[in-house]
Structures are given as C-alpha cells and as structure tokens.
Design a protein around this ligand. Structure first.
Ligand SMILES: *Cc1c(COP(=O)(O)O)cnc(C)c1O
Length: 465
C-alpha cells in the first residue's frame, strides 16, 4: 500500500534512466511553423514542440520492466506466450471470457460497433469519445450523449461529474425502444467530458437498467485505473479496497469492455475488446481476423503484448496512481489560482481550460478553443488540443455551425514523462497567455474532411479580430 510519510511534496515515484532531448525554439520560429501547419497543431512535427500536452494517448514512458519484456516478447503467429500472458492479465482484471487483441482502441470500436451498430441503432453514453462517436456514426447508427447536467457546468463541483444521467437513460429507452439500442457505453473516466470520474453507484444503476431491458452495457475502460483512484477516495465504502479490486468490481457490472492500452496500460500502442457473450465474441472474432490479424495477436507484436500485460499490472500501484492524480491536480490548482477558468474538480489525466470563458471576446463561430491552442503554442511551444466546436461542432442544413456543448482546451499529461519543472514552465506560459489575451483573434476553417476534422482541418486567423 501507499507510503504516506507525512511530506507535502509528492515526488515522481521513479528515477530517470533514459532521456530524450527537448528542442528549444524561439517564438519567431514557432509563428512560422504554425502558419505552415495551417494553424492546426496536429500538423506540427514533434520537434517543433517544447512541451507536448496534445494527448496522454500512447505517450507514456515505459518502465524498465516493460522494456525488458520487449526483448522477451514471443513473436509466434499463433499461440504466442506473450499473448497468453496478456490474455490472462486482462481476463483476471475484467472477468470477461473472450479477449480480442487490437492494435488500438478504435480498432476494437470499429469491430464491436461495426457488428452491433448500423442504421436505426442508437447508442447512449455519458459522453462518446470522438473515435467512438465516429465509429458508431460510420456504421450508420446514432450516438447520443446523456451526461448528468452538472457535467456541462464547468465550475460546478461534483465528485463524479463523469456520471451518466440515468433518468435520461430510462427516458431514451422509453422513446427509442430497448430493441433499437445498440449498447449503453460508460466512458471511465469521461475523456471528452473533462476526464471526470464515474461512480460505482452510477455504474451499478446503469447496469441494473440495462439488464432490466436486455441492453448491452459496455465499459470504455481506457482510464479505469485512474477512475478507481477517484472511487476509492471519494465514494463511500471503498477506502479499504485496492484500486485493482475497485476496477474489477466495475468490470463485473458490464457485459464487455473496450480499452485503448495507450492510456492506462502504460504502453505506446495497443488495445483490446473483452466480451462475455460467446456469439457476439464469435462475430467480432471474424472481423478481427479479416481486419486486424489472427486471434492471438490482433494488430499487435508479441513484444507489445508483453508490455501491455506488465503495464496493466503497474498502473494499479498506489504510489503511481497517487503521483498521477495529484500531479494533474497540481497544474489545475495553479491555473485556478491565476484566474484561468478550468473544469472543476480537476480530472485524472488532463486539465481542461474553459476557452469560451477565458476568450469570451471570441465568438463560438470563431473557435475560441482553437485560438487558445494556437496562442499556447506560439507563446511557449506548448501543444494542447481543442475539444469544442472544431472537434464536435455540427452543421445545420444551411451550413451554419451548431456548436459543441463546451469550448474546451485539453492539457493532457503524458504518463511518467514530464517532471514538476516542466509543469511550472506550462504555468508560466499561461501567465503570458493571460497578459496577451485581448490581442488574440478567432479562426475560421478553410478546409476540412468529412470525419474527425480536427486532425487535418486547415485554419486561418480571422483578420481584424
Ligand atoms: C483514446 C480513446 C479511445 C480510442 O482509442 P485509440 O487507442 O486512440 O484508438 C476510445 N475511447 C476513449 C475514452 C479514449 O480516450
């Protein structure tokens, strides 16, 4: 168990063994690079970035034990020892019988939602992550978000702001008919909703409602270990349970799970789909073999599977989880003290800045989140991501923007990568952002693809703003 020795400073519970240099750039260089990237930081090359908070996905630093597992990986096509180990670690954690390895989370989503989705089907979630929504919509089905009301009020404190609104769930089931609901998906923690946790009670309620109506209940478990930390520290009855047991209890309430191993499995690539139902697993296995690979590797190398198995064990270490959650909170609290509006309470893997509030002089149609992302980059070389109307905005029949519920900028913290001084630097960049704020202008989209436009869209500053 965790060693609480009475010190205020929470040190990184690891030593640095290998280092990767950061290229320091000037503001002038960054202005040119951003222009060439069409004001879309996804189009920058990573050596143009000083502190990369674009995502916590696949950006973890692996442990010495994971790296030694990389050498030990068994690359057999069928029945690899590394697969056996990954399968048994996941089966043990989730309790599900059928484990399908995939090259990342969205491959598991494509396989599952491609199988159970299609025209006329409706999916309900606390909040569908962007790839989840895209895979559901691509199948022809509809994705509806039903978070609790508090989730949409950035400064409203709620211990489990990631919860799904069970009253709306029952209403939706009544309106749509249980038969047309493909699945209810609980995203833990709720990534697009601010990295906010979901309570065990909420999962229990969702589980009960789904079982009453014969609806499939899927856990999007990318950050299930981080979610367990919040349950243990905020929900009654869990303070004596291990983080792993909390996670196991949550899995036991669902019929299956999808996980991107690039998050809480502490690896750079990988994912899986875990299912209890044999027939559904058989259909998914067919698609897996056609599109990912044979059932004992999916889209993964043996070495990846070895590292995933180890990562899924390491992530539940109490000292790691304490450092992880408290260091994210450290950045959040510093920003709050400076007067930067952020989603509260601070979530697990990221700090979400309310760009609509911070850049209230920029109209939503001119994407205040994109403006903040561009400023963070030019001012300090910090790369963040807009989670607002660029990512989730829709268009009405006349082509006018239907804005997203919130205009957020996410500062995602890679796992075990940055130290406290890197975070202090980010805080200083925000000081300059605040000072420069009134000069910043909005953006317009000049080119975009039909799906997931935030990755490749081209922007231009709105002149005279
Ligand atoms: C990252 C993520 C996914 C997709 O996983 P990839 O490995 O990026 O394909 C799905 N759901 C949530 C909640 C995620 O955070």
């Amino acid at each position: 168990m965790s060693t609480d020795n009475g010190f205020k400073t929470i040190i990184e519970p690891f030593k640095i063994k290998t280092v990767e240099p950061i290229q320091i750039s000037t503001r002038k260089q960054r202005e040119e690079w951003l222009k060439k990237a069409r004001f879309n930081p996804f189009q920058l090359s990573s050596d143009q970035v000083i502190i990369d908070l674009l995502t916590d996905s696949g950006t973890s630093a692996m442990s010495a034990k994971q790296w030694s597992g990389i050498s030990d990986g068994d690359e057999a096509y069928a029945g690899s020892r590394s697969w056996k180990r990954m399968e048994s670690v996941i089966r043990d954690l989730t309790g599900f019988e059928h484990i399908l390895p995939t090259h990342q989370g969205r491959a598991a989503e494509r396989i599952l939602y491609g199988t159970i989705g299609g025209a006329g089907k409706v999916f309900l979630s606390n909040t569908h992550f962007d790839t989840t929504r895209a895979n559901i919509e691509y199948s022809g089905a509809t994705a509806i978000d039903i978070p609790i009301e508090e989730a949409l009020i950035p400064d409203r404190i709620h211990p489990f702001k990631g919860n799904l609104d069970t009253k709306k769930l029952v209403e939706q089931i009544g309106n749509q008919g249980a038969g047309s609901i493909g699945a209810v998906i609980l995203t833990v923690t709720n990534n697009s909703g601010g990295g906010q946790p979901v309570s065990m009670q909420n999962a229990r309620d969702v589980s009960r409602i789904c079982r009453e109506h014969g609806i499939l209940f899927i856990l999007d478990a990318c950050r299930v270990a981080e979610n367990s930390w919040f349950i243990r520290h905020r929900e009654e009855g869990y303070s004596e349970k291990s983080y792993r047991d909390v996670a196991r209890e949550m899995f036991s309430l669902a019929d299956g799970a999808i996980m991107s191993a690039k998050k809480d499995a502490l690896v750079n690539m990988g994912g899986f789909l875990a299912l209890q139902d044999e027939d559904l697993a058989a259909s998914c296995n067919n698609l897996l073999i056609i599109t990912e690979g044979f059932t004992t590797y999916g889209g993964l190398s043996g070495r990846d599977m070895e590292a995933i198995a180890t990562g899924l064990e390491e992530v539940f270490d109490p000292d790691y989880l304490k450092y992880r959650i408290r260091s994210t909170e450290y950045l959040g609290n510093k920003l709050i003290d400076m007067g930067v509006p952020v989603i509260q309470p601070i979530g697990g893997h990221a700090v979400y800045v309310d760009a609509k509030e911070l850049y209230s002089h920029i109209p939503v149609e001119q994407f205040p989140g994109q403006a903040l992302v561009c400023d963070l980059y030019t001012i300090g070389g910090v790369r963040a991501v807009e989670i607002g109307s660029v990512m989730f905005g829709k268009k009405d029949d006349d082509g006018n923007l239907i804005p997203a519920a919130m205009e957020l900028v996410r500062l995602a913290i890679p796992r075990r990568v940055y130290t406290q001084s890197h975070i202090e630097y980010v805080v200083e960049v925000f000081e300059k952002v605040l000072a420069h704020k009134k000069h910043s202008t909005g953006y317009k989209i000049v080119k975009e693809p039909p799906f997931l436009r935030h990755f490749t869209a081209h922007f231009e500053p709105v002149s005279g703003g």
